[in-house]
Design a binder for this molecule. Sequence first.
Ligand code: PLP
Length: 429
Amino acid sequence: MYSSIMEASPLLKVSDMAENLVGSEIIKLAGEVKQKIAAGEKIYNYTIGDFDPEIFPIPKELTEEIIKAYQAGHTNYPAANGMEELRKSVSRYLHTRGGVEYNESQILISGGARPLIYAIYQTIIDEGDTVVFPTPSWNNNHYCHITGAKQVKIEGSPDNNFMPTAKDIKPYIAEAKIIALCSPLNPTGTTFSEKGLEEICDLILEENKKRGEQKKPVYLLFDQIYWQLTHSLTIHVDPVSLRPRMKNYTIYVDGISKAFAATGVRVGWAFGPQKVINKMRSICSHLGAWSPKAEQIACANYLMNDHAVDNYLVDIKSKINQRLNAFHEGFNNLKSLGYRVSAIAPQAAMYLTVKISIQGSTTPDGNKLTTAEAVTKYLLNDAKIALVPFYAFGASKKSSWYRLSVGTVKIEDIPGFFGNLRASLDRLT
Ligand SMILES: Cc1ncc(COP(=O)(O)O)c(C=O)c1O
């Protein structure tokens, strides 16, 4: 009886929004990879934007603080906008490390960055409002769908390291209510240049001057969750530091998930104009999207420990950088041997942007690789390599670009990865 009810459930009507939610391509791919691993295959699975805690554990001082906070009984509801000590600690962290000035009332804490992005969309967007975002980028299409926003996608180009430009955005600025940007960008691991971001800020300021105070301005959602993970000479730039007047329109998204490899700890923060932050607080509060109280207290104490934070960031960046450089070099070597692959020099985050231009080739069993999907499958089945194609981030299905995430990479696996890739490329005609 119970099972027949379960079987009938796909026919139940739900909202159009829920009915038409698109499943994540990354999760679909991850499912296929999981099956292969469960069947005993060795897969070089570099698909997930997460860290293997054995390679990238969270800071030990943070672990200790979390244990202490639970032992001290911090297990009841936290304040709706986040614990005051954490908001003060984040304010100091942003000031000392990012040079931006936000007081504790302008900061909202949540259970990671996701609820904050959702709350920004819900705070700004009325049905049919336009959101402009680059492709590839992470999940803006889903937040637009949930809030009924009109999506304007700006297709990135390797010439700009896939970062959108003011020129790309200009045709849509008059209709835009949110420009959703991310730097360092997931999936590319690339960043805005100072000039590139300044030009976008100027475009937004000019547009908002035209709109005046009666109309809803165009807001900038600026997701900088990877900003601490810059490599070599890359310097993170942000809108308000470049153009102080952007403070009226910029809502930042940030947190500990990536900088401290703490994706499962769930502490994120947004900061921006007071009114927007207050509305976001109400939305997050109705969702109950708080970060657990003990984690908040722990994070507040940890972020005050400058010595521990400094040491941790040096260590995580060097481990990520070592892996990104090894892959970058490996792809360059293959390229110099005439293989149709390349990679963009890593700038930030734990992602490498690689190009595998084998669409049109024929596999040993006579299949022509006509789409990026077919190439992804060939790499997985033949080379035992799992990468995320850029179409999973909204880019064209014809795109030959892939995200390689090093958060789960064991250094000793890298030669095997390239051995397999090379052998699979050799088998194509
Ligand atoms: C650009 C970007 N923003 C936000 C998030 C979500 O972060 P959190 O895990 O803190 O919700 C991710 C996660 O992959 C991300 O890549």
